[in-house]
Design a protein around this ligand. Structure first.
Ligand SMILES: [Zn+2]
Length: 387
């Protein structure tokens, strides 16, 4: 009897010894804040729960930055981290917040749209918990998150996720996928409340354009592209052709399927006056057949297995020894967003959106993405927002 008790105690101690250090790391990651230095354009910072009271006090609540122009005009909303393991969109949105000077119109930016997912990791995939971007003043650290919101907040998952309001049956996990829960509802599952909050901003503040920033595997056909429904197609096509001709990178257009529900590029356009666009930049880190999921792979996108698959023509993007670095991914997202704005303003001159101070593709590729992040230590007090 005594021996059995000893064995059980020893095994319990062993499990605790393994679980506690890992648990502490996850706890720290969950509570790690990313400082954002409000640039010259920021006029208001508020919580998403102002528009979606159902997320107040949960980890799904997140910061909403408004950059109001000197002159009135059209409005654009930008969403980063819809999938929090596709970080280029978060970096691109923070570059807008820290650098944009809005001349006409209004910009609304939510850099951590899937805030809950940005504080979780992907079980079983060995993701790094953080990544560091070199800047002129040191390293800026970001959380690496997961595609879906953390189960801790949204528990329990249903057996099947029934989309609202179309009642299409989706996988159970999609109840935590913020790009399946559009247009959402005020009292639905947690991620429906998040998308509902964004829809309330778009409807209430008459937002003209919504940009949802993503990254996709190089082996997935819907990558390196902008996805648009019928109503956004003309602007998406002009933006795609212009960046190719003027800036020398590919970003083809994919049309949003009307039968697949819950996606931003479908539901936003159907449930508001807003024109939605979803931008996908290739992220080799997300491909299945790669080496270890290291911080290096996340940053430089270089992988020997993908290189050999590329030679066998299995990838949907050109791929060589240079990989697909973060600078290039963020640069693409910035340029395509700016080009969509320019095309929209050309087409709708009574609702112009003109923004200065944001770098384009060539600048970010040349200078590195870190050049455009500001040091919180050197920022004026009150200008730093933790997210
Ligand atoms: Zn995504």
């Amino acid at each position: 009897m005594r021996r059995e008790l000893l064995t059980k105690s020893a095994l319990t101690a062993l499990v605790a010894l393994m679980a506690v250090p890992g648990g502490i790391d996850l706890y720290r990651h969950r509570h790690f804040q990313v400082p954002i230095v409000c640039g010259p354009g920021v006029t208001k910072v508020e919580k998403l729960s102002v528009y979606a009271p159902g997320i107040e006090g949960t980890l799904a609540d997140t910061q909403v930055f408004t950059l109001e122009g000197r002159e009135p005009g059209g409005k654009m909303i930008m969403l980063g981290s819809t999938h929090a393991n596709e970080p280029a969109g978060t970096l691109a949105s923070i570059i807008f917040i820290e650098n944009a000077v809005v001349e006409q119109g209004t910009l609304i930016v939510i850099p951590f749209f899937n805030h809950s997912g940005s504080r979780a990791t992907r079980p079983g995939d060995g993701y790094p918990l953080y990544f560091d971007v070199p800047t002129d003043w040191g390293h800026k650290r970001f959380r690496m998150g997961n595609r879906d919101a953390a189960p801790l907040e949204a528990w329990p998952d249903p057996d099947v996720y029934i989309h609202f309001p179309e009642r299409q049956l989706l996988s159970y996990i999609d109840v935590r996928n913020v790009n399946r829960t559009w247009p959402g509802r005020a009292d639905g599952p947690l991620m429906e409340r998040v998308t509902w909050g964004a829809m309330e901003i778009m409807r209430g503040r008459q937002v003209d354009i919504a940009i949802d920033l993503h990254g996709a595997d190089t082996m997935f056909p819907v990558t390196n592209c902008v996805v648009a429904p019928e109503k956004s197609m003309r602007i998406a096509t002009l933006a795609s052709l212009t960046v190719k001709a003027m800036e020398g990178f590919e970003c083809h257009v994919e049309s949003s399927p009307s039968g697949f529900r819950g996606l931003s590029h479908r539901e936003i356009g159907d449930h508001a006056e807003t024109l939605p666009f979803l931008i996908e930049a290739p992220i080799p880190f997300l491909d299945q057949p790669t080496g270890p999921k290291t911080e290096k792979l996340l940053l430089d996108g270089k992988d020997a297995f993908l290189l050999s698959l590329s030679r066998k023509k299995k990838l949907f993007v050109p791929y060589d020894e240079n990989g697909w670095p973060l600078d290039k991914r963020v640069g693409q997202q910035l340029s395509v967003t700016l080009e969509i704005l320019r095309q929209y303003t050309k087409k709708t001159p009574d609702r112009p959106i003109r923004i200065g101070g944001v770098p384009r593709y060539a600048d970010v590729v040349k200078n590195g993405v870190g050049r455009y992040f500001h040091d919180q230590a050197a920022a004026p007090s009150g200008a730093v927002v933790q997210n």
